[in-house]
Design a protein around this ligand. Structure first.
Ligand code: PLP
Length: 400
């Protein structure tokens, strides 16, 4: 067989998809599984957005679009970013792609060179695609630990200790996957004060969960005057408007928009023309659907945090956003004799039919922070109640 590139062996994956395959196999064997694995709203796309997609199909929106996206969507996205974050983008500063995910790769490609030792700092635990894309594009991954004791923020001193002449890019993500944590204004003040001493570092601010902030208003690091020029703001339609399968995201950066446009031409050509018109409706149309989903997620957050904290051996912080909780299961592992969160997760799935992800699916374990699992609470109240009940029974039954 011809040789497969070494680069390919460095590709990571999203383990949510691996665990989903396990869940699918068990379901085909007739097992009753409650799944809390996937980071996907369990609501249909709001009807006004569906209708806009149908109208686009029926009115002949079938051809390629400009690589940067249709002007109407670029303008709508710029206005949305300006209104929700107090920013000042023009339509020309925004580029559209098939999801928020491609901009993780484009940002790394636009700011680092292959094999030059350029470093990218990224949150750990974090969305696994960050580390994968850093490695496969020949940059050096530098994890920055998020700590439970800091409400899933990193220690600013730790950030400073990781910045150096080789650092090209810092990835931030708030609200955060997998912890649900929020980077507050006070934390951002500290981060910006440090970054002001490192003017050559770009920031990719992954704001895909920006509209799922429950208590505090969302703040983008791009709104700090010294950061606007060198921050790439990434967002999209997947989570806020339940459009994961439509594939639509966008990023804003005055300096990098022309480069991103070339990357899109070289890879996807353009995002789906039909989806882009649905995106215009998502951003500019009636927001009843998005508002309803947000209040449901908040209600479920309160439900699951309350229930999890009643389970023996488990403690769960109340996260400020997204639709994830990141309970600490260190004591529960000891109680049932599981060596770590991954063994705990596997046994919970096989013995009790509850599918969650373990911390190792989101990077290396944070030293001295214990064992965690992730629940995505994009699930009905009934499933949440039954899922946590099964977890409770599982621990009690197996306690030695
Ligand atoms: C932090 C984070 N960034 C980006 C994405 C990708 O979003 P999209 O589906 O729009 O590509 C996800 C999806 O789970 C995510 O959790």
């Amino acid at each position: 067989m011809p040789v497969i590139s070494k680069r390919s062996s460095q590709l990571g994956t999203e383990n949510a998809f691996v665990v989903l395959a396990e869940v699918g196999a068990l379901q085909r064997q007739g097992k009753d599984i409650l799944s809390f694995c996937i980071g996907m709203p369990d609501f249909p796309t709001p009807l006004n957005i569906q209708d806009a997609g149908i109208k686009a199909i029926q009115s002949g929106k079938h051809g390629y679009t400009p690589s940067a996206g249709i002007p109407e969507l670029r303008k709508a996205a710029a206005t949305y970013l300006n209104e929700t974050r107090g920013l000042n983008y023009d339509a020309a500063d925004v580029v559209v792609a098939a999801g928020a995910k491609p901009f993780i790769m484009y940002s790394i490609l636009a700011t680092t060179d292959y094999g030059e030792g350029h470093e990218v700092i990224y949150p750990n635990p974090g969305f696994p695609i960050y580390e994968s894309q850093i490695k496969v594009n020949g940059a050096v991954p530098v994890p920055l630990h998020l700590r439970e004791s800091r409400g899933f923020n990193f220690d600013p001193e730790e950030l400073e200790s990781k910045l150096n002449d080789k650092t090209r890019l810092l990835i931030l993500n708030s609200p955060q996957n997998p912890t649900g944590g929020i980077v507050s204004r006070a934390e951002l003040d500290n981060i910006v004060a440090i970054l002001d001493r490192y003017p050559n570092v770009w920031v990719f601010s992954d704001e895909i969960y920006s509209q799922l902030c429950f208590e505090e208003p969302f703040i983008s690091i791009a709104s700090f005057p010294s950061m606007t020029e060198r921050t790439i703001v990434g967002d999209g339609c997947s989570k806020t408007w339940a459009m994961t399968g439509w594939r639509l995201g966008f990023a804003a950066s005055k300096a990098l928009a022309p480069i991103f446009t070339k990357w899109v031409t070289n890879t996807e050509s353009c995002a789906s023309h039909i989806t882009q018109w649905a995106g215009v409706e998502a951003l500019t149309g009636d927001q009843t659907g998005a508002d309803m989903m947000r209040s449901k997620f908040m209600e479920r957050r309160d439900l699951i945090v309350d229930l999890l904290n009643k389970v023996p051996g488990i403690t769960c912080l109340n996260p400020g956003g997204a639709f994830y909780v990141w309970p600490n299961v260190t004591e529960a592992c000891e109680m049932i004799g599981a060596k770590d969160s991954e063994e705990f997760r596997q046994r919970l799935l096989l013995e009790s039919g509850v599918a969650v992800l373990a911390d190792i699916h989101f990077g290396r374990r944070v030293p001295d922070d214990g064992q965690h699992i992730r629940f995505s609470y994009a699930a009905s109240n009934d499933d949440i109640i039954e899922g946590v009940d099964r977890l409770d029974v599982f621990i009690r039954k197996n306690t030695r």
